[in-house]
Design a protein around this ligand. Structure first.
Ligand SMILES: *Cc1c(COP(=O)(O)O)cnc(C)c1O
Length: 381
């Protein structure tokens, strides 16, 4: 296809001849009202009603029993890994196709990465590839845990990611992790509002983590959250994110090495207003995704649709070019013409920090790196 036809189409969708970004936040609801209320109350920081309110509303929305607000999604991942007991030198399984935060959180613990390929259709960790890898390299010891046959490290957790909001085959991953006694933590940073087999992403694992960074579907400026159905874990996470302070009327008692990972009340105020609009945003974005799907139907460019058995939030829409050369031509043309497009992430196992990590066959991730491009996906006014 001629790329200029697509640029014209995208301009039509967003009804502008100005620069079109990839994903912009929208503040159409009670944002200003809640922010003013928050400032007037003086409770802008570590205590205040908006944090509690947001946690309650988020739990309700996702169907998780508990939600704990965090300062950002990376901190949510870090604290989750600590809370489930991942230790230095353990192995944590994750996918090579993800935003850097997933890998960094694992590195903060001093754990080793093990990269398992993604499925081509979901772009998330592949149950089939995971099973193949574990059958070859995992051994269950008397303590009930799985260890790596070659390095003898404990394989303690698995962190799949729901790429661009499209759910991965999370039920199958949960079964495999259960069999090998590996804790499942879902990086659902990109997938609020996405469902797999009618259950919200992030609720299949022992813990799910979310992000509310400015580029996500709803934002608190910076923010994140942990969702779980496990009461003990929820309490532990809340404790660890709030400096592990033991409640007391005046004494400063701390009973663990805690973190200052709580979400400030002023961010939570913004979050409450954003959450109220989430369903409208989702509908709006789904319409755009359907328009894209329709547009690309007859073309040699493939639109990435939501996988089977799932409802995606279509956070950022993605297309597949024929090969890397076409991808680069496309990126050049669109960005030269005021339409922001981006390639997917360089695979984590190629970055200097993670290049010596263990990995299986990564063909699907490589094909996606070569071919995938994100196109403008903001909620339309
Ligand atoms: C956005 C994101 C995060 C966390 O991001 P923060 O900016 O720390 O909120 C983690 N993982 C993935 C896959 C993400 O896209």
């Amino acid at each position: 296809m001629k790329y200029s036809t697509l640029v014209t189409f995208i301009r039509g969708q967003f009804n502008t001849d100005q620069f079109i970004p990839l994903h912009e936040p929208r503040f159409y609801g009670n944002e200003k009202k809640y922010l003013i209320d928050c400032i007037d109350s003086t409770f802008v920081s570590s205590v205040g009603k908006y944090v509690d309110d947001f946690e309650k509303r988020l739990a309700e929305y996702t169907g998780a029993k508990y939600a704990v607000a965090c300062v950002n999604g990376t901190a949510a991942l870090h604290i989750s890994l600590i809370a489930v007991g991942v230790k230095q030198n353990d192995i944590v399984i994750t996918q090579p196709l993800s935003f850097i935060a997933t890998c960094n959180a694992i590195a903060y613990i001093g754990a080793s990465h093990l990269f398992v390929d993604v499925d081509f259709d979901t772009m998330g960790l592949s149950p089939e590839k995971l099973k193949i890898y574990l059958q070859e390299f995992a051994i269950k010891k008397e303590d009930g845990f799985s260890y790596h046959k070659i390095t003898d490290q404990k394989i303690s957790a698995c962190v799949p990611m729901h790429t661009y909001g499209h759910p991965c085959r999370i039920d199958e991953l949960a079964d495999i992790c259960n069999y090998y006694n590996i804790v499942l933590i879902e990086d659902a940073a990109e997938s609020i509002g996405s469902y797999y087999k009618k259950k919200h992403t992030g609720t299949y694992g022992l813990i799910g983590t979310l992000s509310f960074n400015g580029n996500k579907i709803i934002t608190s400026g910076g923010g994140g959250a942990i969702i779980t159905n496990d009461e003990v874990l929820a309490k532990k996470v809340k404790h660890l994110t709030t400096q592990a302070k033991v409640p007391h009327r005046w004494e400063f008692v701390h009973d663990d090495i805690g973190y200052n990972y709580r979400m400030p009340n002023i961010n939570a105020a913004l979050m409450c207003a954003q959450l109220e609009q989430l369903n409208y945003f989702l509908e709006n974005k789904r319409k755009l995704a359907l328009s894209y799907k329709d547009f690309f139907k007859e073309e040699d460019i493939q639109f990435v649709e939501e996988p089977a058995h799932s409802k995606s939030n279509y956070w950022v829409c993605a297309i597949l070019l024929e090969n890397r050369k076409k991808r680069d031509e496309f990126l050049q043309f669109t960005n030269d013409n005021g339409v922001m497009t981006r390639p997917t992430w360089i695979l984590m196992n190629k970055l200097i920090m993670y290049k010596n990590s263990l990995h299986g066959n990564l063909d699907n991730a490589q094909a996606l790196e070569d071919r995938l491009v994100n196109i403008p996906s903001s909620v339309r006014i």
